[in-house]
Write a protein that binds this ligand. Structure first.
Ligand code: PLP
Length: 457
């Protein structure tokens, strides 16, 4: 077998990749025809590819590299932990220091009575845990009929059977017989695309009240929980109207429904607070976290659980659930170091009051571009709607996503990672972004928008 290295010609790497590597969310035939862009190194907010091109990462990897790339401290902590205790499990009455320390730190950071942590390997399996946990909780409370979880169309909660079912992505449900039973979806608070003539405030209330209607339809005694991202990420950075979350909170409180905030993207600083729930005024019973917990340096996720739920489950005996890597010592040690860096380097302050307001000002000016119908940010999440007709918020005649894909292609060719969701362009940069990084991002984004406009005219 030949040795694969960074120094091999790109075409050779691409051919081996296409021959043997099945990629997530990728068209295999297209991959074989064009070849993947191969990333070889990264430092700070910049990626380097196998051709030596430097690419500005406007997506923090997959919304996760909050502290930026190439932090030596993280590598040192990982190496130290691997030497001391590379693995031990947390099953059957055993524990270890990294898991204990990280659970305590997360409990300190999490708001309210969210003081218990169940570890997973990522966000999808943490949401699987949540589904089992809420059903087990209600059964332990003597209400075993409370099993249905209500979610939203166009939500993203992961790729496992439960994660993808909780999510509301039509393209995912179309493959593999999803959603699994016991999960239902209401409409999303996406005013720009679906608000019609309503004001955002009216629309936010109307969409929240769909939850109350769905609970009434199913019967309160059959509903376990409602799950939602504070701000939908993979759905296109959908920032809900101000009226939405207070009404959702009222409904969950009034009907004895557990509220699960999926903080996999919003958590650990991205919205300008430790958690998106704090930014949007949500009081969840469970928060799902992953990504920014370790800044993507190692795989880890968790469910952060309200005292009453955790105590009820603890009193009910064994919770017959767990992953080999629940509380993996290396992941926990690295995540702790990541949280230290976020705090000591005041990265959340950078989002809230440092670079964040500058990003907002510059990004929202993109709404003046002829191709852009709206441009918004919340913290370090940004969204642009592309449209042929600003006044009507109209979609393009071409199939949805055609223009977004063209724009994404121009971004990538111009060495900017900006993702498209349909005909929306989105960003979620590392939390270390400085004003000069914003300037570069805007310069490259405008160039890509201009080229897109020229191409579709
Ligand atoms: N939940 C949300 C809100 C996400 O954005 C994601 C991933 O993008 C997940 C869950 C799934 O996390 P993972 O890919 O770590 O399984």
């Amino acid at each position: 077998m030949n040795m694969i290295t960074n120094h091999m010609p790109t075409a050779e790497l691409q051919a081996i990749d296409a021959a043997h590597h099945m990629h997530p969310f990728t068209d295999g035939a297209e991959l074989a025809a064009k070849g993947a862009r191969i990333i070889t190194r990264a430092k700070g907010v910049m990626l380097t590819d196998s051709e030596g091109e430097e690419i500005l990462d406007g997506m923090a990897g997959l919304w996760c590299v909050n502290i930026g790339y190439g932090r030596e401290e993280m590598a040192e902590v990982a190496a130290r932990q691997m030497r001391e205790l590379p693995f031990y499990n947390t099953f059957f009455q055993t524990s270890h220091v990294p898991a204990i320390a990280l659970a305590q730190r997360i409990a300190e950071l999490a708001p309210g009575d969210l003081n218990h942590v169940f570890f997973a390997s990522g966000g999808s399996d943490a949401n699987d845990t949540n589904l089992r946990l809420v059903r087990h909780y209600w059964a332990a409370k003597g209400k075993p009929s409370k099993t249905v979880v209500i979610s939203r169309k166009n939500a993203y909660h992961g790729s496992t059977m439960a994660g993808a079912s909780l999510g509301g992505m039509g393209g995912m449900h179309a493959q593999g017989g999803l959603p699994i039973p016991g999960i239902v979806h209401i409409n999303q608070p996406h005013w720009y695309a679906e608000g019609g003539e309503m004001s955002p405030e009216e629309f936010g209330l109307a969409r929240a009240r769909e939850l109350e209607a769905k609970i009434a339809e199913l019967g309160e005694d059959n509903v376990a929980a409602f799950i939602a991202e504070p701000i939908q990420g993979a759905g296109g950075v959908i920032i809900p109207p101000e009226t939405y979350w207070p009404e959702i909170q009222r409904i969950c409180d009034a009907h004895e429904i557990l509220l699960i905030a999926d903080e996999v993207i919003c958590g650990f600083g991205r919205t300008g607070n430790w958690f998106g729930s704090q930014t949007l005024g949500i009081r969840p019973h469970i928060m799902t976290v992953a990504k920014g917990l370790s800044s993507g340096y190692v795989p880890i996720g968790a469910s952060i659980v309200w005292d009453e739920v955790a105590d009820t489950v603890a009193r009910a005996g064994d919770f017959n659930h767990g992953y080999t890597y629940s509380g993996h010592p290396v992941s926990c040690a690295v995540a702790l170091e990541n949280l230290r860096i976020i705090e000591e380097e005041q990265l959340i302050e950078n989002v809230a009051t440092g670079t964040g307001p500058y990003l907002k000002e510059k990004w929202e000016q993109l709404a003046d571009h002829p191709l852009v119908g709206e441009a918004h940010t919340r913290g370090f999440m940004g969204t642009l709607a592309l449209t042929p007709d600003k006044a009507r918020r109209a979609p393009f005649e071409a199939a949805e996503g055609t223009v977004g894909l063209i724009c994404r292609g121009h971004c990538f060719k111009g060495n900017l990672v900006m993702r498209h969701v349909g005909d929306r362009m989105i960003i979620a940069p590392p939390l270390i972004f400085q004003k000069s990084d914003v300037d570069l991002l805007i310069e490259r984004a405008v160039k890509a928008l201009d080229l897109t406009l020229a191409e579709i005219k």
